[in-house]
Design a protein around this ligand. Structure first.
Ligand SMILES: [Zn+2]
Length: 120
């Protein structure tokens, strides 16, 4: 735990320094600028899709995602095969799944707290 001496500066969300898709191991690997090294299982990434449809309606959007959800697997018929990824501005990432779904905008704010484990 480091102490933040810049009390007057608004706390910015950490951004990724490096993003890697490890297809053989079904992992999204993010190295964050705060030093965290996070390996997110792709099925879990699909499971937590933050779009309105996957969250069960707009009224559920913006609610925190339980950290254990990153280890869950979506139901059959929901693809966990990644076709493409695209950065969205400087605040998030969009995933294109093999079943055509791409509605989820995964912000750094959503992904950072879901880090399954940390090294360093
Ligand atoms: Zn979705």
């Amino acid at each position: 735990m480091t102490h933040d001496h810049h009390h007057n500066r608004p706390q910015a969300d950490p951004a990724p320094r490096n993003i890697t898709i490890d297809r053989p191991n079904q992992l999204l690997i993010i190295e964050w600028e705060d030093g965290a090294y996070c390996e997110y299982p792709l099925p879990g990434i699909r499971y937590i899709c933050p779009c309105a449809e996957c969250r069960g309606g707009h009224e559920h959007m913006g609610k925190p995602i339980p950290p254990e959800d990153i280890f869950k697997t979506p139901p059959p018929g929901v693809s966990t095969e990644l076709v493409d990824v695209k950065l969205v501005g400087n605040y998030g990432i969009q995933f294109f799944w093999a079943d055509g779904h791409n509605a989820g905008l995964y912000t750094w704010k959503i992904l950072r707290p879901l880090c399954p484990r940390m090294r360093r």
